[in-house]
Design a protein around this ligand. Structure first.
Ligand code: NAD
Ligand code: UDP
Length: 323
């Protein structure tokens, strides 16, 4: 009998790639998503697969599923800063009530549980790179607090279910990930810069662009998540690409790769925007034998192609892309 994986947030950017990977690996997949920030078009190609089921449901409400489940992967949550600023209460609820429901389901089904946590649990870090042992520097009452604190609570309740109910839980702390199926309007740096560059519109760098991030291509991330799901690890593990760069460098790279005529403009830095971010991936290398393989330019070119093919509808037809 095929093993069954339930993926909350499975119609989102990362979730849809995870649904595909688990189907490829021979699992049945139940995708539960309320489409608040995800899209049915991300999983439409999977709907005819007899091993794939989509259930439209808000996981902050009780999750009722008949039959066995072997893995619960909890990925439901707005993830882009503009999404969680637009949906602050839904974000807090899905990190708290949604995680509680997903853990309850895992407990009832005796399933393994994996939580999608985030580098945002480190806040605006005072330590760089960030190892899992770092407790973070988070403003609980700032605008980003709704996301950071919901994920910190999600980690705490996951560890409590592991300790009290002996559930085999895993926590992945995901660092900035990009790739196909990010929404053009999602507001994160890579989709913004690519769609601005493809339209020859100004590239909006926030602040002076000296803040850093480390960008991981989605296939590397889901490979790490799959290895973590199958591992014996119960403590949090960072998954990300340690190739750290400034946002200004990223903007210039995207202009070069798209051959765009865009100019860079500098807009105000959002409140509590972390100044640096880079994963320490020693633990993932040691425990999961994982390391990222896709270099930034390769991943960016694939993402640019995706945006050029899928997001053309809203684009100025006179805008040209010369690569
Ligand atoms: P996304 O917005 O594309 O996907 C999130 C999905 O969750 C969407 O399909 C959305 O509709 C669904 N969802 C949200 N609330 C829900 C609810 N209450 N009930 C059911 N479905 C709900 O974002 P993403 O980038 O794919 O992020 C997926 C997960 O990974 C999130 O938990 C996020 O916190 C985490 N993460 C992502 C990144 C990244 O760089 N992409 C970094 C750190 C953590
Ligand atoms: N950013 C930017 N211009 C944009 C969007 C984002 O300069 O149009 C910056 C943002 O201020 C942050 C970095 O890019 O410093 C990464 O932002 P993103 O929203 O991608 O994710 P975050 O790491 O903040 O969660």
């Amino acid at each position: 009998m095929k093993k069954i994986t339930l993926i909350t947030g499975g119609a989102g950017f990362i979730g849809s790639h995870l649904c595909e990977l688990f189907l490829e690996k021979g699992y049945k997949v139940i995708c539960v998503d309320n489409l608040i920030t995800g899209k049915l078009s991300n999983i439409r190609h999977l709907l005819k697969n007899k091993n794939f089921i989509f259930i439209k449901h808000n996981v902050s409400e009780h999750i009722n599923i008949k039959g066995p489940i072997h893995y619960v992967l909890h990925f439901a949550s707005p993830a882009s800063p503009i999404d969680y600023l637009k949906y602050p209460i839904q974000t807090l609820k899905v990190g708290s009530l949604g995680t509680h429901n997903a853990l309850g389901l895992a407990k009832a089904k005796k399933a393994k549980f994996l939580l999608a946590s985030t580098s945002e649990v480190y806040g605006d870090p005072l330590v760089n790179p960030q190892p899992e042992s770092y407790w973070g520097n988070v403003n609980p009452i700032g605008p980003r607090g709704v996301y950071d604190e919901s994920k910190r609570f999600a980690e705490a309740i996951t560890m409590a279910y592991h300790r009290v109910h002996k559930i085999d839980t895993k926590i992945v702390r995901i660092f900035n990930t990009y790739g196909e199926r990010m929404r053009e309007e999602d507001g994160r740096a890579i989709p913004n810069f690519i769609s601005q560059a493809l339209n020859n519109n100004p590239i909006t760098v926030y602040g002076n662009g000296s803040q850093t991030r480390s960008f991981c291509y989605v296939s590397d991330l889901i490979d790490g998540i799959y290895k973590l799901a199958l591992s014996k690890a119960n403590d949090p593990i960072n998954i990300g690409n340690p190739n750290e760069m400034t946002l200004l460098e990223l903007a210039k790279t995207i202009i070069r790769l798209t051959g765009s005529k865009s100019k860079i403009v500098f807009n105000p830095l959002p409140i509590d925007d972390p100044k640096v971010r880079r994963p320490d991936i020693a633990k993932a290398k040691k425990i999961l034998k994982w390391r990222p393989k896709v270099v930034l330019e390769t991943g960016l070119l694939r993402t640019i192609d995706y945006f050029a093919r899928h997001c053309g509808e809203n684009r100025d037809p006179k805008a040209s892309m010369s690569r």
